[in-house]
Design a binder for this molecule. Sequence first.
Ligand code: AMP
Ligand code: TRP
Length: 346
Amino acid sequence: MTNAHARVFSGVQPTGNLHLGNYLGAIKRFVELQERFDCLYCVVDLHAITVWQDPAELKRSIREVAAAFLAAGVDGEKHIVFNQSQVSAHAELAWIFNCVARLGWLNRMTQFKEKAGKDRENASVGLYAYPNLMAADILAYRATHVPVGEDQKQHLELARDIAQKFNNDFSKSIAENGLPEKFFPQPEPLIAGPATRVMSFRDGTKKMSKSDPSDASRINLTDDADKIAAKIRKAKTDPLPLPETVEDLKTRPEADNLVGIYAALADTDAAAVLAEYGGAQFSGFKQALVDLTVAKLSPITAEMSRLVADPGHIDRVLVSGAERASVIASETMRNVKDIVGFVRGA
Ligand code: AMP
Ligand code: TRP
């Protein structure tokens, strides 16, 4: 049964190389949440262009992310799958939030600092304002739950602050327009399970990322069985056998990562994995992990390539999703315009 007052929203950027971290931290959870919530899953192309994207590559990538959602089991008919740029409310509400959020709040965002690097003066204004757009994505639908990986926690906190400041700044106008005091809800992050932060196979202290120059650092959702096997076999580990307890994983980042991946793929937890493999050599465990990863990912990979071969179908799913998303978001925008004091005719 779905909860009438609850709504899930999440987004993935179409910036190439979807990987196992995206799958376990986000997309796999999207699928699970469909049973309990009304869900919107968005390919966030407006976010993607905060750093340069080649236009032809961007188009390909938008369809690929949509294909990954569907291939993993997201239902684009019962729920809403769309790309952000087709619903103008995202950009409109983001502008209003640019005027609600404070510079000091954005200055604290660690992802901007990481992505802008040393050459901050040369980063786009969009990259800086990115978290305000993310808040708009969620709040345009007054979404209550947001499944994301650990790296998005700070952005979610900012979205909550924006919602609260908007509600406070405009409390009088919200009441005068006959709208609920808490016009925007406080969106709750859903960050849980054994793989909220999947790490690089080359360096257990760095997260698995689309932009890592080493392809061996990640499993791409387009990798075939041979590639998956080779990457797992080569994944960095320490020389000791697998620990016996979850406690002992804490000081063993590479072991912790591989055990977490195994647990997430097998829908269990680290303790259960160690009950089976604690004390074993990595070679045996890695073979089991190869078998499990290939078994879980190859049907998704195959379905993704089938879907990508039919862009017309994907585009129809995205258009239908955008139409349904627009209905919800336009209602929010009508209210927001009244609240802010814009004149919008009858
Ligand atoms: P992005 O690729 O940055 O658009 O991320 C899409 C989703 O995948 C977000 O919910 C991220 O938090 C999640 N994600 C990205 N990288 C990882 C990772 N290494 N481990 C777990 N989740 C991740
Ligand atoms: N910023 C997220 C990421 O890089 C993607 C994203 C954009 C998102 N808008 C969102 C995630 C809204 C959840 C909700 O991973």
